[in-house]
Design a binder for this molecule. Structure first.
Ligand code: KIV
Length: 296
């Protein structure tokens, strides 16, 4: 299912979206980081979702989601792990390529997994380059504020757009010992402000703020000229991201509590289970396949 449609000489970015919104109008090309910068200047808020396969990504692309993140949340939501820590470059490469093939308009951001950039800028450049060349993503994301600024700086100077990620960084779950809300208390708040500023100064085109108190996220958003993308960071961020399986009610929360920032826009888990049960009943009862499903 190849939906990628990139004219050899695509039109210069900016014009259409500045009049009609990040994903509107007559533009028939992928959203770019330049469009995203223009959206911040206009004060336009925008949504981002995760995606891990071509078919789901094509649905979100057609629904007008301008940015899709092939997040290392694939560890929990797609690959059956209980954290993002085991996710490998090969897994992110394979799923990112699928999401790129399934989409035409969205900017696809590939997540650098744990262990693929922490050694330093050269390792980060090697792996980010693979994501662009082998999977075709338009940008990469990596976790960390001041501690990742050097990596971001080299990637950006090498022509690779980088989305940064500060606040709660799930690849450090073993260091946190859980998923605590970030930025509580003066010292933690000052560190978060320094982290956000450091990644912006290093050249990041957007900054994910995960599990940050709403007031602090608002202060960060006011202080940056690049957009903030909130997840559990209140309403003042420039953009909002949700993990698609949470957003669509696919995630099974029976083993724990649903985080308060997750809003379920559908009950997909129930819909799919109902479909599977209906199929099973029809097969057991001999009503599927019916004559119209059979060849003569
Ligand atoms: O991996 C991921 O899906 C993420 C988002 C939650 C921002 O990092």
């Amino acid at each position: 299912m190849t939906r990628t449609h990139t004219p050899a000489h695509s039109s210069p970015g900016g014009d259409d979206t500045s009049r009609t919104g990040l994903y509107g109008g007559t533009a028939n090309r992928r959203v770019t980081v330049r469009d995203i910068a223009a959206a911040k200047r206009r004060g336009e808020k925008w949504p981002m979702l995760t995606a891990y396969d071509a078919m789901t990504a094509s649905v979100f692309d057609e629904a007008g989601i301008p940015v899709l993140l092939v997040g290392d949340s694939m560890g929990n939501c797609h690959l059956g792990y209980d954290s993002t820590v085991p996710v490998t470059m090969e897994q992110v490469l394979m799923l990112s390529a699928a999401v790129v093939r399934g989409t035409r308009r969205a900017l696809v951001v590939g997540d650098l997994p744990f262990g693929s950039y922490q050694e330093g800028s050269v390792q980060a450049l090697r792996n980010a380059t693979r994501l662009m060349k082998e999977a075709g993503v338009g940008a990469v994301k990596l976790e960390g504020g001041e501690r990742s600024a050097e990596q971001i700086d080299l990637l950006v100077r090498s022509g690779i757009p980088v989305m940064a990620h500060v606040g709660l960084t799930p690849q450090s779950v073993n260091a946190y010992g859980g998923h605590p809300v970030q930025g509580r208390g003066e010292e933690a708040a000052q560190q978060l402000l320094r982290d956000a500023k450091a990644v912006q100064d290093a050249g990041a085109f957007a900054v994910v703020l995960e599990l940050v108190t709403a007031d602090l996220a608002a202060e960060v958003t006011r202080g940056l000229h690049v957009p903030t993308v909130g997840i559990g960071a209140g309403a003042e961020c420039d953009a909002q991201v949700l993990v698609w399986t949470d957003m669509a009610g696919m995630t099974d929360w029976s083993g724990g509590r649903r985080p308060r920032f997750v809003k379920e826009y559908a009950r997909l888990r129930e819909v799919l289970a109902g479909a599977a049960r209906g199929f099973a009943e029809d097969v057991a009862g001999g009503t599927y396949p019916a004559p119209e499903h059979s060849f003569r």
